[in-house]
Design a protein around this ligand. Structure first.
Ligand code: FES
Length: 576
């Protein structure tokens, strides 16, 4: 009897008729796996972020079972494995701090094991970029499946959206327009099925990025988690990943510069989350594509927002799917010449092959490019002496009247200072002021928390004012809205100019001119800089220590500096 033919990576474990092969097969057989599964067929790793602490991904074991059916059907050998999961609603200080840790878990789990192709099960916000980044650093044939959005929330006859209505209801409670009892009742009305946030928040945005990048099958973004077609997609993905291994269709053949440019334009067309900026910059860094913060403005600037979804609009992901989903949006972009049509996708076809004939069933939800929902869907990249390395603003979520504004700074040194002061009746603030929050960046929080859309003071909300200019080095939840300048780089915690702002300074925001200016004489800024002391001490040990010393700034995607790039999937040395 001879070794099985050396065709697959997994052969190095399962194909040998010697002591090592015995080790690798025998212990696997304790799971009741028959011998023929070790005959050299493609081994498909199903990388699962299932966890009951990540409610958005709590249905993933069922999805994994459907993937396995497809893998077996196509002649592959599926093996499910867990990685650390990131539940947005529970983890502290923030899931973003752990995105890079999970990417390391994914990368090392894939490389260390007998895996020929990978299915990534992704859903809640950071699970998507974390798994894509880790897999990209290995560069095996890889296909991502999103878990799908929850069904529309419903509260007393009104359609309500994840996150977006939490901000709204919270502001209403603070303004005395909603009782606490009603607020509590809305909890169970908002999250009423399996799935991730069903607004166009970060999870839905990143699921759309998976599809736009070509890393998922068509319609991956919008099929609701509980719709039977989500299981069909998982089944078909299982079949397809086996073929991808046979075709050697690796991630680097799909994640090209063209794919990222397509994704940036799709992000504009869906009014996507600002978090996508950071995640795609980091992913590009892993796969070796040159992508900069300015590319987001340059490539996405002209793209109108086509979908009327919360937080910018009225509808939710369930409506988006029934209206045609992402393929209908991509078709609009392609017809307008805003797409690299020949970008390859995981199904072996181009993005345009997949979407050229995609129907739209509801023009209220998905607008045509000639009559867009909003004229500007892209991300504005701002610069100036307050953000030398850039800051961003999402025009589609901002108030037009505030896009050009000069105001007096009201400064919060960190999030605790903000919480202590915001509702102090003595706080000297009115609606023309600019709220400035420091020390919430990648190193400052740590993990760059989603606190940039800080709630307005009660005394201003009670006047019926719902938006003010806010500036910080933090991120903002994809479900949030407002005239919010985010990701200021360098952040305050590393001594960026944001650290030097004081109460009463005048700040100028001019989105059309892409300008963010602190109107303080340079000599005074130099004096303040000399007196600056870091507010955040390095953590003494553990992952937090590693993170603190190696995290890059927001304009570079917040990856750890030593993780940029890839190490491939060469088989590590035998240890027995
Ligand atoms: Fe998980 Fe929003 S909390 S996707």
């Amino acid at each position: 009897m001879a070794d099985t033919p050396r065709k697959t990576r997994s052969h190095e474990w399962f194909g040998k008729l010697d002591k090592d092969g015995f080790h690798h097969r025998s212990w696997m057989k304790n799971q009741g796996l028959p011998h023929h599964l070790f005959d050299g067929r493609p081994v498909i790793g199903i990388c699962n972020t299932w966890s009951e602490l990540t409610p958005c991904n709590a249905h993933f074991r069922t999805i994994a079972e459907r993937v396995k059916r497809g893998v077996y059907e196509a002649g592959g050998f599926p093996l499910e494995f867990p990685v650390m999961s990131l539940g947005e609603t529970l983890m502290r200080p923030t899931t973003m701090m752990f995105r890079n840790l999970v990417s390391m878990d994914v990368e090392e789990s894939i490389r260390a094991n007998p895996i020929d192709g990978v299915i990534l099960l992704v859903g809640c916000d950071k699970t998507t970029p974390a798994l894509l980044m880790g897999a990209a650093s290995c560069d095996l044939p890889t296909l991502a499946i999103s878990g799908g959005p929850m069904l529309n929330g419903r509260f007393r006859g009104e359609v309500i959206g994840s996150g977006t209505h939490v901000w709204k209801f919270d502001a209403m409670v603070r303004a005395g327009e909603m009782s606490l009892q009603d607020f509590m009742e809305a909890e169970s009305c908002m999250s009423r099925s399996a799935g991730h946030c069903m607004t166009m928040g970060t999870a839905s945005t990143m699921a759309s990025m998976v599809e736009a990048l070509g890393m998922g099958l068509p319609s991956n973004a919008a099929i609701p988690a509980v719709d039977s077609r989500r299981y069909v997609l998982a089944h078909m993905a299982g079949r397809r990943i086996v073929e991808m291994v046979r075709e050697d269709l690796r991630m680097s053949k799909i994640l090209t510069r063209a794919a990222f440019e397509n994704a940036i334009r799709v992000n504009g067309a869906i009014g996507g989350s600002t978090n996508a900026v950071i995640h795609l910059l980091a992913l590009a860094g892993r796969i070796g594509v040159e992508l900069t913060l300015d590319d987001w403005d340059r490539i996405g600037h002209e793209v109108p927002c086509l979908v009327d979804l919360m937080p910018s609009g009225r509808f939710l992901m369930e409506d988006f799917y029934y209206a045609g989903g992402l393929p209908a949006v991509i078709r609009e972009l392609g017809q307008a010449g805003l797409l690299h049509k020949d970008a390859l996708t995981v199904n072996g076809r181009t993005l345009w092959d997949n979407c050229a004939d995609a129907p739209c069933w509801n023009r209220e939800v998905i607008h045509g490019i000639d009559a867009p929902f909003k004229q500007h869907g892209g991300i504005a990249v701002l610069r100036g002496n307050l953000a030398p390395d850039g800051a961003i603003l999402k025009p589609s979520a901002a108030s037009p009247a505030l896009m050009r504004h000069r105001g007096r700074a009201v400064v919060f040194e960190d999030i605790d200072h903000y919480k202590a002061r915001i509702d102090d009746p003595a706080l000297d603030i009115d609606e023309t002021c600019i709220m400035v929050l420091k020390n919430c960046g990648p190193r400052g929080y740590p993990g760059m928390a989603e606190v940039g859309n800080m709630a307005l003071p009660k005394k201003i909300l009670r006047k019926g004012i719902t938006d003010m200019v806010r500036i910080s080095d933090a991120r903002m939840s994809g479900t949030a809205y407002g005239t919010v300048v985010l990701h200021v780089a360098p952040e305050a915690a590393v001594g960026g100019p944001l650290a030097l702002v004081r109460d009463g300074d005048m700040i100028e925001l001019d989105v059309a001119a892409r300008r963010l200016h602190l109107d303080v004489p340079e000599a005074e800024l130099t004096r303040r800089r000399a007196a600056w002391q870091p507010a955040v001490a390095p953590p003494p040990r553990g992952y937090a220590h590693l993170y603190h010393h190696h995290v890059m700034q927001a304009d570079k995607g917040c990856d750890l500096d030593f993780l940029v790039g890839a190490s491939g999937a060469a088989v590590p040395r035998e240890s027995h």
